[in-house]
Every structure is written in structure tokens, then in C-alpha cells.
Design a protein around this ligand. Structure first.
Ligand SMILES: NC(=O)c1ccc[n+]([C@@H]2O[C@H](COP(=O)([O-])OP(=O)(O)OC[C@H]3O[C@@H](n4cnc5c(N)ncnc54)[C@H](OP(=O)(O)O)[C@@H]3O)[C@@H](O)[C@H]2O)c1
Length: 312
């Protein structure tokens, strides 16, 4: 476990917060028998499986009988998760994947195809969040490259590597873990994160429509708040109802079992309708608010050279 999968705030962590998160989050399926019927003996590739939702998804699928390929940059952490899956009787392989390096992506994909011959599930979960005032990014090209490679260009490249074999077998399911934030009013400071998530969402949906007649299906999960290391730097988020990574992983399970085209928290429907209608007043309000909220300690530490830049 990450140790970050519980919010600090008593309300969010208490029964009211838990009930709210259950009501509003994309619902999951945790029935182990149904999941096992779907995934047993199948090859599931999970990106970003070293932490948070990816690690929990890998554990869930491994426990249900899938052979899980875990990809991320932190190989030690990946190996720990893979070892846990194997200790529990499952099958798992940890492979280094850096979505910012085209070579790493090619090696990852060809290693999978060499070892297993095919992929049944490709779960695009890896992601890099960033909430930082734009003036703090003027001299940080890394903010642009880290977000666009983890959220957009890297997953696009990985899809290009693995989709041909999925289409050739006329089988496979892709899950894109996007964010409900792309359906919210555009928010100051979130430009790099939201634009890269939105770009991959649109690209993946277009490709998904082309692949569907060839037997390859796509679910886009517009995930709501999850209490992970990604959201941890924004302390106000810990006060809001959100899912634990384990709860959110049951949403990925639902995506694999039912294969809906998309999954969305209940409030996502409302924002999707209201945001275009109320665009001007929402932008005026967001502009008035954004200076008051300030930048997170993580965002400020990173520009002073003391942090990782993992600033949500
Ligand atoms: N947390 C939320 O509230 C929230 C809300 C909506 C959507 N989401 C989405 O949910 C997904 C999972 O997020 P999380 O909350 O579980 O975050 P997390 O705990 O920070 O995990 C992110 C994962 O992505 C991997 N990753 C980041 N950059 C990478 C790169 N360049 N190459 C390969 N792997 C990379 C990380 O592994 P390494 O660092 O080891 O590479 C890590 O395993 C993300 O796509 C995120 O955008 C999260």
C-alpha cells in the first residue's frame, strides 16, 4: 500500500465521505468470481503500476488470475508489487517503462510481445499531474515534457506499438484512465495536466472507433478524486470525498467486465452539460479565485530545486 490511500480529513475519511465517494465515483465491481471469469489466464498490461491506482489494479487483476505486466519507471517499487502478487499465488512481471523515452516504450512493448505473444488488456493508467502557476513554469521546460509525455505522447506511442497485434487477433480491451477534470470548467494552473489528459482522451476515442470493428474495444474512465500521492500535495483535496486506490481499482474491473464506452462520476454529466453554457461566468469566477488559492508547497519546492515536481 502507498500509505496515501486514505484522506487526512476526518469528514472525507468518515462514513459520510465514504458514502459520498461511493455515490459519486464511477462505480466498481469487486465480485472476485465475476472478475476471475473475465480475466483468468489473460494478459493485462498496467502502466503506472508502481503506485496508487495502477498498483491496486495490478493486485486486483493478479488475485483474479490474470498475468499482469506492470510498467513504470520505479523498477524496485514495481518489483515489490509483482512479488506481492506472486506471493499470493498470481502471475506478474515487472518491466521498466518510461513514457518519456520512445526507446523505453518500444522495448517494453516488444518484451511483452516476445514473452506472451499478445495483450488482452491495455490499461493506460500512468499519469503525471501538475498544478502550478504558469509564471513558475517559464524556465521549466520539464513541466511541459513530463506532463505531455506521461499523459499524451507516451501512451499514444505505446498504443501504436500494441494495437496492431490486438487488431490482428480481433480481440482486446483498452482502458484509458482519464480525469473528470477534462469535463470541468477549465481551471487556471492546471493547463499542462488537463490539456495533455484531454488530448489523449480525444486521440484514444478516435482510434477506439477505428479499432472497434476489428474487435478491440475501449473504455474511458473519467476518474474523480482519488486519495493517492498524486492528489496528496493539494491539502484541500484531502478534505473532499474521494476514492481510495483500491476502490477505484474496482472501477477498472468494471471496465474490463462490462466494457462500457465510458465511465463517469454522477456529477460529471452535470458539468458536461453546464460548462459550455456557463463558460463566461465560470471563467470570470475561476480567474478571481485562482490567486487566492496559491501554489502548493510541492510546486514551490520544485522550482527551488528541492522537490520532485510531483505537484498536484
Ligand atoms: N489521484 C487523482 O485524484 C486522480 C483523479 C483523476 C484521474 N487520475 C488519473 O489516475 C491515474 C493514476 O493516478 P494515481 O492517482 O494513482 O497517481 P500516482 O499514485 O502518482 O501514480 C502515477 C503512476 O504513473 C507512473 N508514471 C508517471 N510518469 C511516468 C512515466 N513518464 N513513465 C511511466 N510511468 C509513469 C508512476 O510511476 P513512476 O513514478 O514509478 O514512473 C506511478 O506509478 C493517472 O492517469 C491520473 O491522471 C488521478
Amino acid at each position: 500500500m502507498d500509505g496515501l490511500n486514505r484522506p487526512n480529513n476526518a469528514l472525507a475519511a468518515g462514513p459520510i465521505g465514504r458514502a459520498a465517494a461511493w455515490l459519486i465515483g464511477p462505480r466498481g465491481i469487486s465480485d472476485p468470481k465475476r472478475l476471475r471469469r473475465e480475466v483468468e489466464g489473460k494478459i493485462a498490461v498496467v502502466t503506472g503500476a508502481s503506485h496508487g491506482l495502477g498498483a491496486e489494479t495490478a493486485r486486483l487483476l493478479g488475485a483474479a488470475g490474470a498475468t499482469v505486466v506492470l510498467g513504470a519507471r520505479s523498477l524496485d517499487q514495481l518489483e515489490e508489487v509483482a512479488a506481492e502478487i506472486k506471493a499470493a499465488g498470481g502471475q506478474a512481471v515487472a518491466l521498466r517503462l518510461d513514457l518519456g523515452e520512445p526507446e523505453s516504450i518500444s522495448e517494453f512493448a516488444s518484451e511483452i510481445l516476445t514473452r506472451f505473444g499478445h495483450v488482452d488488456y491495455l490499461i493506460h493508467n500512468a499519469g503525471k499531474s501538475l498544478r502550478r502557476s504558469i509564471h513558475l513554469s517559464y524556465d521549466r521546460p520539464k513541466d511541459l515534457t513530463a506532463t505531455s509525455s506521461a499523459n499524451y505522447l507516451g501512451p499514444m506511442r505505446l498504443t501504436l506499438e500494441l494495437l496492431p497485434s490486438m487488431r490482428a487477433r480481433r480481440s482486446g480491451h483498452i482502458v484509458n484512465v482519464s480525469t473528470v477534470g477534462v469535463l470541468f470548467p477549465t481551471a487556471p494552473k492546471w493547463g499542462f495536466y488537463l490539456s495533455s489528459k484531454a488530448a489523449f482522451d480525444v486521440w484514444m476515442r478516435a482510434v477506439g472507433m477505428e479499432a472497434r470493428p476489428d474487435g478491440v474495444t475501449l473504455t474511458t474512465i473519467y476518474a474523480g478524486l482519488m486519495h493517492t500521492r498524486m492528489s496528496a500535495p493539494s491539502r484541500w483535496m484531502s478534505a473532499l470525498p474521494g476514492q481510495t486506490p483500491a476502490e477505484a481499482a474496482t472501477g477498472v474491473a468494471r471496465a474490463l467486465i462490462r466494457k462500457p464506452r465510458f465511465m463517469i462520476p454522477a456529477y460529471g454529466y452535470l458539468t458536461a452539460v453546464l460548462v459550455p453554457i456557463l463558460r463566461v461566468p465560470l471563467e470570470v469566477a475561476a480567474t478571481a479565485l485562482y490567486k487566492r488559492l496559491g501554489d502548493t508547497d510541492a510546486a514551490l519546492r520544485a522550482i527551488n530545486g528541492k522537490g520532485s515536481g510531483n505537484a498536484a
